[in-house]
Write a protein that binds this ligand. Structure first.
Ligand SMILES: NC(=O)c1ccc[n+]([C@@H]2O[C@H](COP(=O)([O-])OP(=O)(O)OC[C@H]3O[C@@H](n4cnc5c(N)ncnc54)[C@H](O)[C@@H]3O)[C@@H](O)[C@H]2O)c1
Length: 255
């Protein structure tokens, strides 16, 4: 029970990587606040956790709204002494190069992926266990390397990578004993990736095969591969890690 007696908040916990991370943290003993812009999705994940004997609470939550963060913060503060684990996972993807991406598309992506993580850390820092808290920000390999068709997504995930380091340094300087790290998944089979590939229509199969060919391990990852990384960073096993970037990509960025 690697997260026994710990309390966690996972944003975007109603699907994909957030769902798998919520289930894994609960399986290892954490009480998980599963939040999502889709309250029904969060509720479904909470029911799954409870059926397996775990403990969880669902909350509807749009990470772009400061008022939503305040409500989630106050709910958690009213229910427990402190928050041990914050997983800023909610995210959206948008394909487009510099010429075809509009300012409103740019803002829509960055408001969820970048501002959502900023607001999450800012809103919850006072709740985090001091010492012992762990903040885990889900970036991407697209926060490390560029893609011509992902300008807004690249920018948002690069921002997550560096705001993680800034917050990590602040927390050490302040003597909080709160660790802040980022995870950089490669191509993982989730509804986000499936929808992105399907949207390519006739080009989908070729794109899928090209991705597989570019992954040294020869296959896409599974959500559990990221959930296990989240679990490690959430647990005290990673107690000497802060400001670091954990890449989980089947070797994609090793070339
Ligand atoms: N799947 C991958 O290959 C991959 C790779 C690298 C990074 N990521 C990142 O991992 C995270 C999870 O992605 P996923 O693949 O599980 O996607 P997903 O689409 O399956 O799940 C994302 C969840 O976030 C929620 N969400 C969207 N906007 C929100 C908002 N404004 N407020 C709260 N919740 C919101 C959605 O309702 C959904 O439940 C994202 O940050 C994504 O960028 C995914």
């Amino acid at each position: 029970m690697r997260t026994n007696n710990k309390t966690a908040l996972v944003t975007g916990g109603g699907s994909g990587l957030g769902e798998a991370s919520s289930l894994r943290l609960a399986e290892e003993g954490a009480h998980v606040f599963v939040t999502d812009i889709s309250g029904d999705s969060a509720e479904r994940v909470v029911q799954t956790i409870r059926k397996s004997g775990g403990s969880a609470t669902a909350l509807p939550h749009d990470v772009t709204q400061e008022s939503d963060w305040q409500r989630v913060h106050d709910t958690i503060a009213g229910a427990c002494v402190s928050l041990d684990i914050l997983v800023n996972n909610a995210g959206v993807v948008f394909s487009g190069n510099i010429e075809e991406t509009s300012l409103s598309d740019w803002r829509a992506v960055n408001s969820v992926n970048s501002e959502g993580v900023f607001l999450g850390m800012k809103s919850c820092l006072d709740l985090m266990s001091k010492p012992g808290g762990s903040i885990i920000n889900i970036s991407s390999i697209e926060g490390i390397i560029g893609d011509p068709n992902l300008i807004a997504y690249n920018a948002s995930k690069g921002a997550v990578r560096l705001m993680t380091k800034s917050a990590a340094l602040h927390c050490t300087q302040a003597g909080y004993g709160v660790r802040v790290n980022s995870i950089h998944p490669g191509f993982i089979e989730t509804p986000m990736v499936a929808a992105g590939i399907a949207a390519m229509g006739d080009a989908a199969e070729e794109f899928h095969q090209n991705i597989i060919a570019a992954i040294p391990m020869g296959h896409l990852g599974q959500a559990i591969d990221i959930a296990n990384a989240v679990l490690f960073l959430a647990s005290d096993e990673s107690r000497y890690m802060t400001g670091s970037e954990m890449v989980v990509d089947g070797g994609y960025t090793a070339r």
